[in-house]
Ligand binder design. Structure first.
Ligand SMILES: [Zn+2]
Length: 188
């Protein structure tokens, strides 16, 4: 167990570092610093260490074995960069994920793809994974369209073109915001 706990800490640290670098490039360094801190809470930490895998999420492994992951239920309810945080089936239109969390979400998904795929990582993997699993979440359509667009542009234009504040603000404004929202968010 202790060996797996250390491996888990190493993996989380590597992932958090990658998310931080992405977030800095996108102009949201604070989100990068605060990213995924709940992973160090007992509910999340012990389950992840127990089901440590290395090239897959331990929560997915736990889900397969036990039928549920308490760590995930704990995590998604506390971390606004997860689309699942914003799911509310009782809303007529699911809430739009605010700018900084939508960008953090992209940084997270990209970093997770790199962390788990290691040397076999290629830029198209983030989009493939999102279209297969990520966009099945019952969240706001515009948020989903934003992430799809960013990952499509990643394939076509490369990482440098998308991981920056200017690109993120313009893309979010174009897809997610109406004119009055743009003024409210100060993105114009
Ligand atoms: Zn997270």
């Amino acid at each position: 167990m202790i060996g797996r706990a250390f491996k888990h800490i190493a993996l989380v640290t590597r992932h958090k570092w990658a998310v931080f670098i992405h977030c800095v490039k996108c102009g949201i360094p604070l989100r990068g610093l605060l990213h995924d801190l709940s992973k160090f809470s007992p509910t999340e930490f012990f389950e992840s260490a127990k089901y440590y895998h290395g090239s897959r999420s331990p929560l997915a492994v736990c889900r397969e074995k036990k039928g549920l992951s308490m760590a995930w239920l704990h995590h998604k309810g506390r971390n606004k960069h997860h689309l699942e945080y914003w799911v509310d089936e009782d809303c007529k239109v699911p809430p739009l994920v605010p700018y900084k969390y939508a960008v953090e979400c992209v940084c997270d998904k990209l970093a997770a793809t790199k962390t788990y795929r290691g040397k076999s990582y290629t830029p198209d993997m983030a989009l493939a994974h999102f279209r297969r699993y990520g966009n099945k979440v019952h969240t706001n359509e515009r948020t989903l369209a934003f992430i799809d667009k960013v990952f499509s542009d990643l394939c076509e234009l490369g990482e440098k073109a998308i991981l920056n504040k200017k690109y993120m603000k313009a893309t979010y404004a174009a897809i997610c915001l109406t004119e009055s929202d743009t003024e409210k968010e100060g993105l114009s």
